[in-house]
Design a protein around this ligand. Structure first.
Ligand code: PMP
Length: 352
């Protein structure tokens, strides 16, 4: 007799940072922004006309598509909006990676990439980063069915320049290349200027980090019309309305407040640089970060022990048991100045 249990999905899902079921703790484990979204976002939600929810939202989130396009100086036909950049990336994997050759990405990068490959049965191959966690563009010349690069990379926080992305693209004119720019606003270098030259490039961004809107689930992609239509076809074959009407209104309000956006970014970046200096002062090895988090290792103290100690102080950072190459590292999100001071003081106590 057949057993229905044999037919269930067998997959090791992506594991996100813990969400402890309490309120009084310092959460530095999911690269969220410690500051609220722009007051204009809160206002847009407060004044949202509840009655309008009786209608479906615009299927392509058109008002938000247009606002994003205007903000970036591109045509709105080159923008695709999804339910967080995880949704945009998942749809992209489905839409672009239909080759027998493996999709390639670094061994140390966003751990959702292999999960989507498993989910959609896409062959993949990881390419080791070097001992300093740098991605070597020259390693990306092998035959492949697609390339995914997080730039800046996570969890390493290392950002690379335009020449690096150009080299990846030059070596991969026969594949779609995705530049996952979830953290780019915190001092990274965007591949957007390369879109004019490379029709096979897709840039993916999110409102979760720099716009403090992780709870709204807004992500988007910018690319040539051929890629954007493939993406739309994938979306319309799965869920036609990934963004709800409230999120569309809130997203438009965020884009409208440029001043708040740049001010919040500067605050996070200043605190990040102060945190990096304090950690190095305590003997941690920390690469220069182009993101809203830092990646830290200590030669004398085990990352797992530090992580567990911080939990006793109600401070949650991210510790990865796997992959092995990074199982003695911590990924620490940049909090407010006050949260960062509490973290630094706890670490000083521990190390003493
Ligand atoms: N890309 C990278 C590199 C990330 O770290 C994250 C956050 N976990 C995402 C994409 C997805 O973010 P979101 O779905 O909130 O837009």
């Amino acid at each position: 007799m057949t057993d229905w249990k044999d037919n269930l999905i067998k997959i090791a899902p992506y594991v996100a940072g813990e969400q402890p079921d309490k309120s009084d703790f310092i959460k530095l484990n999911a690269n969220e922004n410690p500051y609220p979204p722009s007051p204009m976002v809160t206002e847009a939600i407060k004044s949202f006309d509840g009655e309008s929810l009786k209608r479906y939202p615009n299927a392509d989130a058109l008002p938000l598509m247009k606002a994003i396009a205007e903000d970036l100086g591109v045509d709105h036909k080159n923008v695709f909006v999804g339910n967080g950049s995880d949704d945009v990336l998942a749809q992209s994997f489905r839409a672009f990676f239909n080759s027998d050759k493996p999709v390639i990405f670094p061994d140390i990068t966003y751990s959702f990439y292999p999960v989507w490959c498993e989910m959609y049965r896409i062959p993949y191959k990881t390419i080791p980063v070097d001992e300093s966690f740098n991605i070597n563009a020259a390693d990306y010349g092998i035959k492949n069915g697609g390339v995914v690069i997080a730039n800046p990379n996570a969890p390493t926080s290392i950002g690379r320049g335009l020449d690096f992305m150009r080299e990846i693209l030059d070596r991969n004119q026969g594949s779609v290349v995705i530049s996952d720019e979830a953290y780019v606003d915190f001092g990274g270098c965007t591949a957007l200027p390369l879109l004019k030259e490379y029709e096979n490039l897709l840039v993916v961004r999110t409102f979760s980090k720099s716009r403090s809107m992780a709870g709204s689930r807004i992500g988007f992609a910018v690319g040539g019309e051929t890629l954007i239509s493939a993406l739309r076809a994938a979306k319309d074959s799965y869920n036609s309305y990934p963004l709800d009407s409230v999120a569309i209104a809130a997203g438009c309000a965020s884009i409208a407040d440029r001043e708040y956006f740049t001010r919040t970014l500067s605050k996070v970046m200043a605190t990040r640089d102060r945190l990096t200096a304090a950690l190095r002062d305590m003997g941690f090895v920390v690469p220069d970060s182009s993101t809203n988090f830092v990646f830290a290792h200590h030669d004398r103290f085990r990352a797992e022990d530090i992580y567990k100690y911080l939990v006793t102080k109600d401070i949650y950072v991210r510790y990865f048991r796997k992959p092995e190459r990074i199982n003695d590292h911590l990924r620490i999100t940049v909090g407010t100045d006050e949260q960062t001071d509490m973290l630094i003081n706890s670490l000083r106590e521990y190390i003493r």
